[in-house]
Design a protein around this ligand. Structure first.
Ligand code: GLY
Length: 616
């Protein structure tokens, strides 16, 4: 526009010069002095009326398309001003003005020249701009290429669990967790996406999301947002964004509180664990008895007393209250290992019993999806949910067992009635709905583990760039905490669903302790082995003396001797051996004496011996 205006001025001035008949060109001596070489600058002519033309232009005082045109002595335009136009298709719309005096304004700058200049940001105003796509929303870059058409985005018109998505009654607006996530994500895109939300469903029943997704492939909708689970069947038809909430299938069933039993003290350990523990008490008692019996008077006495000692000693180690002293090294070694085992078992028992008696225990006849499949009872599912197809096609549950439920109140009634009064044994539904359902109903609980891993996403036609860009936006929302804030706004739980629900008592099993028992068993065997070696060594010494003295050497006699040896107190065996050795030594001496006197008798006749008569 500025160029056009200057062009106009130039034309005016040229016209003036032509009228004067003074247009002439001549060589310029300055150019000849430059000696341009091959450029031949000396051949150039210059316009002789240039100064006159400039003066004429500077004297212009007229009103052009942008207003008054007048120059100051420096050649600058006085009060330059422009219209600001908004081009819409083939038409234009003036939205304000710009001048170097007043800046942006919605009134012509000429009206402002009489006032003092005001360049404050509050005074800089323009009328609203209409952007491509007939929207007043400022674009954040390029616009989603739909030829100005709004995307038709379908939204399930839910009748239950409306916290996730629902149509605001009497309006064409939608509200809910899914809608807020979608709006937050789309606002993060670097371009504008003009869209229109279209309700899907009859408003009486919960619509099928699988059918909704199918309508995208049929071209009825450009996308679908809402509580749409990302499942295999659907991913074959459309592209999903990243999941914005996790929601696998769970089983919910009625639960009852378990009253504390008089036999609760037995619950910390399994039957097997109790049996092995009791067996080890007896084994350790017997091993210590074997190791101590030959040394320690506490472990001696009549057989009945010894049996009681074994049992009393071993079971009192449970409370570290054994009073019998262990004096053998091997006995002390075994007892040390055993007391360590007892310490661990004891503390585990105490901890487990405390938890059993203090944490509220609840129970349900249905313990999870396996027990639900194996029962023949009816199962509830949410109307319109993919759960029905999953139960029939993947888990092989007969359709006749499935009961469609619409509202949370229907869930509660069916569960309360139970299978025997026309209700259901359990309901299978996505965790997101069930958490909302349980938030106000403590008489039901999720039983067993979540048995599928799903999430909800927004559905777009195959290869849609929007699915990729919205996935990135959802990840951003998740990282900056907005996703959690939206979640808390719509799906805040009450205390009931947060309370820990424990269906089974976690009993301590042998597999948690077998290492300890193995260690103790090895210690016992090792100690017994060393003890037997010591006894055999002692016995071989003792036996040689016994055989020598008694003359008995049969195997049964040896075994008998060994058993009585093993039963005897070591001290007694030692002193008897000593005595016997002395006796034998004196016997040998005597024999030797007799032998030598006989030899003397033979060598010298009796009448020759001076003592012969005395000895006789
Ligand atoms: N969340 C319900 C469905 O995806 O079928």
């Amino acid at each position: 526009m500025l160029m056009t205006q200057y062009g106009y001025l130039l034309m005016q001035s040229m016209h003036f010069l032509i009228k004067g008949g003074n247009i002439s060109f001549s060589n310029d001596s300055r150019l000849a002095a430059l000696r341009g070489g091959s450029l031949h600058l000396d051949a150039l002519n210059i316009f002789n009326g240039g100064n006159l033309l400039r003066q004429n232009i500077l004297q212009v005082n007229m009103t052009g398309v942008t207003g008054k045109v007048k120059f100051n002595p420096d050649g600058n335009l006085i009060h330059p001003a422009y219209d600001i136009i908004n081009v819409i298709g083939n038409g234009i719309r003036r939205i304000g003005y710009w001048s170097n005096y007043s800046g942006l304004s919605v009134v012509p700058p000429e009206t402002l020249y009489s006032r003092p200049p005001n360049r404050s940001s509050s005074s800089q105003k323009l009328h609203g701009v209409i952007w491509p796509g007939q929207t007043a929303q400022k674009p954040r870059g390029w616009v989603y290429p739909e030829n100005g058409r709004h995307l038709r985005i379908a939204v399930p018109s839910r009748v239950s669990y409306c916290e996730f998505v629902s149509q605001v009654p009497g309006t064409d607006k939608f509200a809910g967790y899914c809608i807020d996530v979608f709006t937050a994500a789309i606002n993060l895109l670097p371009y504008a996406v003009p869209y229109k939300l279209i309700p899907y469903g009859d408003g009486v029943n919960n619509p099928s999301c699988t059918e909704l997704v199918r309508l995208i492939t049929a071209g009825v909708y450009d996308a679908a947002i809402g509580d749409i689970a990302i499942i295999t069947n659907r991913t074959k038809m459309v592209d999903f964004t990243q999941p914005y909430i996790e929601s696998g299938l769970v089983v919910v069933a009625p639960v009852k509180k378990r009253n504390s039993s008089a036999w609760a003290f037995l619950q910390p350990f399994t039957g097997q664990m109790w049996s092995v523990t009791a067996l080890f008490f007896i084994i350790v008692g017997a091993v210590v008895w074997i190791l101590e019996h030959r040394l320690n008077d506490d472990f001696r006495g009549p057989p009945r007393r010894q049996l009681i000692t074994i049992l009393w000693f071993s079971f009192s180690t449970w409370f570290f209250a054994h009073r019998e002293n262990t004096i053998s090294t091997l006995g002390r070694f075994v007892l040390f290992i055993w007391l360590f085992v007892v310490l661990i078992i004891n503390s585990s028992y105490t901890a487990s019993l405390t938890s059993i008696l203090t944490v509220q225990q609840i129970f349900s006849p249905i313990e999870g999806i396996e027990s639900l499949i194996s029962s023949k009872d009816p199962i509830g599912y949410q109307q319109g949910s993919f759960a029905r197809d999953y139960l029939v096609n993947e888990l092989g549950i007969h359709e006749s067992r499935l009961v469609s439920l619409k509202m949370p109140e229907d869930y509660a009634k069916a569960l309360k009635d139970g299978p025997h009064r026309g209700g259901v044994a359990a309901v299978v539904d996505e965790r997101a709905y069930i958490e909302l359902f349980l938030s106000a109903r403590c008489e039901f609980s999720i039983v067993g583990q979540q048995f599928t891993k799903n999430g909800w996403g927004f559905a777009f036609p195959r290869d849609s760039p929007l699915a990729v860009d919205l996935s990135t936006a959802i990840l951003k929302l998740s990282e900056n905490g907005d996703l959690q804030r939206i979640h808390d706004k719509w799906l805040m739980r009450s205390a009931c669903s947060l309370q820990g629900t424990k269906l089974e008592v976690d009993r301590l099993d042998l597999k948690s302790f077998w290492g300890l028992y193995l260690m103790c068993g090895i210690a016992c065997l090792f100690a017994l082995f060393i003890n037997v070696l010591q006894m055999v060594r002692q016995f071989s010494q003792y036996n040689s003396l016994e055989v020598a003295s008694s003359g008995r050497s049969s195997t049964s006699a040896r075994l008998q001797t060994f058993l009585s040896f093993a039963d005897e107190k070591e001290q007694e065996v030692k002193s008897r051996s000593k005595r016997r050795r002395l006796e034998m030594a004196s016997y040998r001496n005597e024999t030797m004496d007799g032998y030598s006197s006989k030899r003397q008798d033979i060598e010298s006749p009796p009448d020759e011996s001076p003592h012969a008569s005395n000895e006789a």
